[in-house]
Design a protein around this ligand. Sequence first.
Ligand code: NDP
Length: 824
Amino acid sequence: MKVMDIFETMDYGPAPEAPTPALEWLQKQQAFGLFINNRWVKPNSGQYLESTNPATGKSLVQVASANQADVDAAVEAAQAAFEIWSKTPGHIRARYLYALARHIQKHSRLLAVLEALDNGKSIRETRDIDIPLVARHFYYHAGWAQLMTSELPDYRPLGVVGQIIPWNFPLLMLAWKIAPAIAMGNTVVLKPARYTPLTALKFAEIVQEVGLPAGVINILTGEASQVGEALVRHPGIKKIAFTGSTEVGRNIRRTTAGSGKKLSLELGGKSPFIVFDDADLDSVVEGVVDAIWFNQGQVCCAGSRLLVQEDIAECLLAKLRVRMERLRVGDSLDKAVDMGAIVSPAQLKEIQRLVQQGLEEGAQMWQPSWACPTEGYFFPPTLFTNVTPASTIAQVEIFGPVLVAMTFRTPAEAVALANNTRYGLAASIWSENINLALDVAPKLKAGSVWINCTNLFDASSGFGGYRESGYGREGGKEGLYEYVQPAWKAEPQATKAKRAAQAQAGKSAKQNGDGGVTELEADAQEGAVEGQAAVNGYVPHLPAIDRTPKLFIKGKQTRPDSGYSRPIYEPAGRLIGEVGEGNRKDIRNAVEAAHAASSWAAGTAHNRAQILYYIAENLAVREDEFARRIAQQVGCSYADALSEVQVSLSRLFSYAAWTDKYEGSVHRPPLRGVVLALPEPRGVMGLACPDENPLLGFVSLVAPAIAMGNTVIVIPSPKAPLSATDFYQVLETSDVPAGVVNIVTGDREALSKVLAEHDDVDAMWYFGSPEGSRQVELASTGNMKYTWVNHGRARDWLDVKQGEGEEFLREATQVKNIWVPYGE
Ligand code: NDP
């Protein structure tokens, strides 16, 4: 027998990890309580749930089942702790985060074994991937706690954050949620998944060891219907951070709509794994193993759709089958297995159901010849070919070790196939041609794109989805903004109102003091004299040429479909104009026009900047006309109106400046390579303008949105829409391509609802009433579009801190992280 033959025939023996320390730790607890205020407390319900080992189906331990009263107690503890923690200097918070990271490393083996026992995933993965990444997350965010005052000087923490995590990466998801939240000065109440609470409970013990102030971190085990829903509804919670299924994410959006709670959702996916014909196929095979058989395919960003260039498909699939035949499935504590157990019988059943459906729909299935263990919940690696892009298994997230393969011929076809999904979490591209890969990456609708690699994660690089994969990022500097708010927003409203009253008092005193009249008042007096003359004798009177602003769609002034106009009055009640009454059909046309203008994003940032400057130039020529119009609509002085025009000009300049400077960043995770964090436009955006500052409110929304490459449908303030309709002419003379800015006047609430419900609108900003905000958030759940609403809270648009800047640019973009490893 040759050595080579021995390599071919030699089988692996078992390499079991000892479970004893973990089992002893579990036995010591008997039954776990809830972790509130750094203490273990009994659940109010007196009920306990069982946690089992999916590799054996056997019970491991009992954990408490919390209810509403426990949630109330935990939120109360977190609220009290927030008072202290949010004022604790960043350096001290950094020390605690550092200590948490250290302690995680000290207990790393116990945590890895517990995770493998509780979840069924292999010890190799928990030991080498999950737990090291958990520690890295706390280290990385210790740094941000230290730097918060210098790097985010104008931001403050939110308050108590409710965090709900899934079972597929239990401790890692906990770290992704807790580390940034507490680094930024928030306190948390976290609910682990029903199936996998154990590492979170060990983490709670670490929190005690480290001596974190009581109430900063509270952990409640229990059922979704008790704990999860209570957290989502709780009025004391300022933000919900959720990872899990799109359906539950949608419910959470519905429940929190209008509540003012900040929300980040990391949901499902059906990520493409694209292989071009010049790829290194042996690397590709290992990549596929990582993409879909890592964690038994129970990964939100699993590369579950293999898209292969047609001429290499047969060769690649043959190699893949050989590799699949050699994969090993078994007990999670055996270091020689590639795949562990599926988390629960329910999840196993769901995988089996979808696989059966794939067969019924005519796809061809291939599985290795060996059988899975019969004890526990296992499913073999599975490959489907002959799959049509619209079939169930090509569209629905299976969340198991099931790969569907399809072919393409050209890069354009690969992009179309890759984007043919309602999700947009991740994608991976395999090609030896970096030019091709970097050309394709920006065209993919996905939050992370891996080039010649897959499933790479690091605390420095944000992770999160596009489309129905959710919104918000976890990791990187971009992830911090999920846990902070602008300082002015954190200020109690009463203080703000007092300041505004003082400012107003100062203004009146000035007006009275110098006895002067405003220019508008002077105009009005002049008009009165003219009017008198007309009564006393004949004065030839030239009526103004009637002007009826229409809608502005696809670069053209268009009559509203309804055929109705709405009257616009000045504050004193005099009619000053009429604007078109836009309806659902007009919105539909505007959305179509905005989509047709999508090449706006593909143009250079330099070009967009030039156009913004040009808009400012053309507005400046009409400064006086716009000032008069503002004064007429809101009844302010000419001087105030003029200053609004001037701030609008400055704002246009600011965004023209930002256009080619808000470029993203490069992350350096610990690997040979770089991650390009690119802010990309959200796409087609709906913008509902505020009533304050008719011109400045409009400009403050439109300018950042289009600067970043979005195309927009704007609903001007219904009270004062004439500044926006006058703006058509500025747009028409400024080289703005048709369809980039569309303006539909009418009822803001009704039109916003249509936009928020529209499946082809990617994001919606709304600045109006609390009820309107709620309605937009509720209506957005159709395609899970990103929303940014003001919950009825007005901004001071004249204040640069509130009215412009990076907050707007961030809201107008989503970050795509493109992983580019290098080296031979
Ligand atoms: P869920 O979305 O149901 O669960 C995720 C978390 O949310 C769990 O902690 C769960 O609690 C909690 N939860 C469930 N319902 C509610 C609710 N109404 N309000 C508040 N919290 C709630 O995922 P499942 O575990 O049921 O898995 C179902 C499918 O979801 C999978 O097959 C997969 O497709 C997808 N999934 C996606 C994940 C991702 O990372 N994107 C992760 C996990 C699942 P509890 O555990 O107690 O039910």
